[in-house]
Design a binder for this molecule. Structure first.
Ligand SMILES: NC(=O)c1ccc[n+]([C@@H]2O[C@H](COP(=O)([O-])OP(=O)(O)OC[C@H]3O[C@@H](n4cnc5c(N)ncnc54)[C@H](OP(=O)(O)O)[C@@H]3O)[C@@H](O)[C@H]2O)c1
Length: 276
């Protein structure tokens, strides 16, 4: 019950990992500010959170827009009076190689949402987080540690998050504000369905086939994130494959470069024959 009566902002709360974070924190009695673009989903989630024993407010927000992030922070402070935790979780990916992109608009929008969204929210929340000696969380990805072909924009955004938050952690040490970076592997959410193709259509059902029953559930992922946040962990690489990948990247980068195309191909084949 570490988060009882703590004011927590969760971006990307409307589905997947963010939704599970909201429900589990509500069950601990947290006061939640839920942010994403889908208003109906957010309001329904706020009701569910209240029934679980938390307090919750939905603030429709596109984190790619600086003014909307400022509004999110202002609304939270107006309603709850302070901020204890900011979880930067909103994000999406695009599918296709760099050369397949007709222009850079889609590429830039990934950076705007995944990277600048986190930077904007952190910037506006920082004065309040310093007052409470609060916690900042960045939900990155194992692709924020290791490059994978077909993910230039996504990897760039997640690597940038790591750079930003690793420096911020050092700068905020004197204020006792912790920064926890999370690097999940594959998690069963709507993420793959919502991946945008170079022609700007969504992967949809094709993406859904990507998931297998052995992948981590959003519920488990959220549970691990909450534990790491409570302990003010520096970073958390979620799966053993992730840990092995990070070590290989340091000790045998050429071997990793050699093996990654095989993993990438396996993933593509799975899209044609997934089980969920
Ligand atoms: N699933 C995985 O395998 C996996 C692996 C590693 C890391 N991650 C990371 O985990 C985080 C959560 O993803 P997920 O797996 O839970 O996917 P998801 O189910 O698709 O959820 C993504 C969330 O981000 C929100 N979002 C997207 N664009 C937004 C914007 N412009 N402004 C505000 N909110 C926005 C979505 O809400 P709206 O559409 O309502 O705005 C949604 O709530 C992401 O940062 C992702 O990169 C996921």
């Amino acid at each position: 019950m570490k988060f009882k009566d703590k004011v927590v902002i969760i971006t990307g709360a409307s589905s997947g990992i963010g939704r599970q974070l909201s429900l589990q924190l509500a069950a601990q009695g947290a006061w939640l500010c839920l942010a994403a673009r889908h208003v109906e989903r957010l309001t329904a989630l706020a009701d569910e959170c209240e029934k679980l024993g938390g307090r919750a407010m939905a603030v429709p927000t596109d984190v790619g827009q600086e003014s909307q992030c400022e509004n999110l922070i202002n609304k939270t402070v107006e309603k709850f009076g302070r901020i204890d935790v900011l979880i930067n979780n909103a994000g999406f990916g695009i599918k296709g190689s760099f050369e397949e992109l007709p222009d850079l608009d889609l590429f830039k929008s990934v950076i705007d949402v995944n990277y600048y969204g986190a930077v904007y929210c952190t910037r506006f929340a920082l004065p309040y987080l310093k007052q409470t000696k609060g916690r900042i969380v960045g939900v990155s990805s194992i692709l924020g540690k290791i490059g994978m072909s077909g993910s230039t924009a996504y990897c760039s955004s997640k690597f940038a998050m790591a750079g930003f938050f690793d420096v911020l952690r050092l700068e905020l040490k004197k204020h006792k504000v912790s920064v926890t970076m999370i690097y999940p592997g594959y998690v069963v959410t709507e993420f793959a369905e919502r991946m945008v193709k170079p022609d700007r259509t969504l992967q949809g059902q094709e993406g859904r086939k990507f998931y297998t029953k052995s992948m981590m559930t959003a519920k488990r992922c959220a549970h691990i994130i909450i534990k790491a946040t409570a302990r003010r962990k520096r970073q958390l690489i979620m799966t053993s494959y992730g840990v092995i990948g990070v070590w290989l990247n340091l000790l045998a980068p050429r071997f990793l470069d050699w093996i990654l195309p095989f993993i990438s191909r396996m993933n593509k084949e799975r899209i044609g024959g997934g089980r969920i």
